[in-house]
Ligand binder design. Structure first.
Ligand code: FES
Length: 98
């Protein structure tokens, strides 16, 4: 095992893109993957990929039938958990992380 230096990361955003095939709903049913892709694209377009990391995740535990779950991690700050995030919230989330 090797410890990595993540000091260049200013913000790490985790977006639930979980899918389920057992009949239960999951964030993929409510735009999770699309939200992740949009955020990743925006970060790249703005030239922030080196410091603004965006990761797709499995279930983050706040499943709902409205939107996806997003967690914003910043070094030395409490994480910010957002649920029921939809494409209509994209600009708000972007303002939080840029
Ligand atoms: S499926 Fe996304 S939080 Fe559970």
């Amino acid at each position: 095992m090797k410890t990595q230096d993540s000091s260049r990361c200013k913000v790490h955003v985790c977006v639930c893109t979980n899918e389920r095939t057992d009949g239960r709903t999951a964030c993929a049913d409510f735009g999770g993957l699309e939200f992740f892709q949009s955020l990743k694209t925006k970060v790249r377009e703005e030239g922030l990929a080196g410091t603004h990391w965006v990761t797709r995740t499995g279930c983050l535990g706040f499943c709902n039938n409205v939107g996806t779950t997003v967690v914003i991690h910043r070094p030395n700050q409490p994480s910010e958990w957002l649920s029921e995030v939809t494409s209509g919230d994209f600009a708000t989330v972007w303002e939080k992380i840029r």
